[in-house]
Design a protein around this ligand. Structure first.
Ligand SMILES: Nc1ncnc2c1ncn2[C@@H]1O[C@H](COP(=O)(O)OP(=O)(O)OP(=O)(O)O)[C@@H](O)[C@H]1O
Length: 236
C-alpha cells in the first residue's frame, strides 16, 4: 500500500549548511511514529522540510505517492498535513474559541471529524478556558490549543515538534493521553519529543536521528533492547 508520507534520500540545507544527509522515512496511514535524537540533530528541520518550509531540499518527498517538491506549505496543508511547531504560536489577542474556529476546515476528502465540541471533549481544560485570550493561557493550555488548532484542519497526518517540552509532568501526561485518542481516530502522527519512555509507550515505530542521518528505524521494543544506541544518541 502507498505510504501516506515518504521521504527518500532527503537532503535539506540552510544556506551552505547541509542539515539532512539522505533521510529515508515513511509514515503509513494512521501510524504513530516517534522521532528522537539529541539537540541539533535535524528533527525540526525534517518536520519543516516535510511541510515545505525548507526552501532548499534534494531527494524526494511523497504525499500519497505524489511528489510534493516545490509545493508551498499551505498547499501541503490542504493535502492533509498539519504542523504543530516548537514554541507553539497561538494568537494571543484571540480567544480559545476564535483560535480554534479560524483554523476550521474539512479534511482532504471533505471529512469534518474534528469540530469545536470534539476538541473540547479531547481537551476539557480548553472548554473551561474557551473565552480566555491566548495570552492568558498557561504553556500547557497553549500546547493543547496548538494541537487543537491543527486538528481543526482535519489532517491525515500531524507533525508535532517537541510535544511536551517545558510542560509540567501532569500536563505532559495529558498530552500523551490525547495523542492516544488522536491515534484511535486514525490520524497519523510524527512526534518529536525527548521523553523516550512516553514515546515508547505510544509509538508504533521509533526513528532515531543523528547528524541528519537515520541511525535506527524500528519497533520501540527493538530500540529498548539496544542500550548502546540509547546511551550514545539519547543519553538514556
Ligand atoms: N534557520 C537556520 N539557519 C541555519 N542553521 C539552522 C537553522 N535552523 C537550524 N539550524 C541548524 O540546523 C541543525 C539542526 O537543527 P534542528 O533544529 O533541525 O535540530 P533538532 O534535532 O530539532 O534540535 P532541537 O532539539 O535543539 O530543536 C543545527 O545545527 C542548527 O543549528
Amino acid at each position: 500500500m502507498t505510504a501516506l508520507l515518504r521521504a527518500e534520500r532527503l537532503e535539506a540545507f540552510y544556506g551552505a549548511s547541509q542539515i539532512l544527509h539522505g533521510i529515508d522515512l515513511s509514515v503509513a496511514r494512521g501510524e504513530q511514529v516517534a522521532l528522537l535524537g539529541r539537540n541539533g540533530m535535524g528533527k525540526t528541520t525534517l518536520l519543516r522540510a516535510l511541510m515545505g518550509l525548507v526552501p532548499t531540499c534534494r531527494g524526494q518527498r511523497l504525499l500519497y505517492g505524489d511528489d510534493i517538491a516545490g509545493i508551498p506549505p499551505d498547499a501541503i496543508a490542504r493535502r492533509g498535513v498539519a504542523l504543530v511547531p516548537e514554541g507553539r504560536g497561538v494568537f494571543g489577542a484571540l480567544s480559545v474559541v476564535e483560535n480554534l474556529t479560524m483554523a476550521a476546515r474539512p479534511g482532504r476528502d471533505g471529512r469534518a471529524t474534528w469540530t469545536l465540541p470534539r476538541i473540547f471533549e479531547l481537551f476539557p481544560r480548553l472548554a473551561e478556558r474557551r473565552g480566555h485570550g491566548g495570552h492568558q493561557l498557561s504553556g500547557g493550555e497553549q500546547q493543547m490549543l496548538t494541537i487543537g488548532r491543527a486538528l481543526m484542519t482535519n489532517p491525515d497526518l500531524l507533525l508535532i515538534d517537541e510535544a511536551t517540552e517545558g510542560l509540567a509532568p501532569l500536563v505532559a501526561q495529558e498530552i500523551w493521553r490525547t495523542l492516544g485518542i488522536i491515534r484511535g481516530e486514525g490520524v497519523a502522527t510524527l512526534v518529536v519529543d525527548k521523553d523516550f519512555r512516553s514515546l515508547s509507550a505510544i509509538a508504533d515505530r521509533m526513528v532515531l536521528l543523528a547528524k541528519g542521518v537515520v541511525v535506527f528505524d524500528g519497533a520501540p521494543a527493538k530500540l529498548a533492547a539496544q542500550p548502546e544506541l540509547l546511551e550514545r544518541h539519547l543519553g538514556v
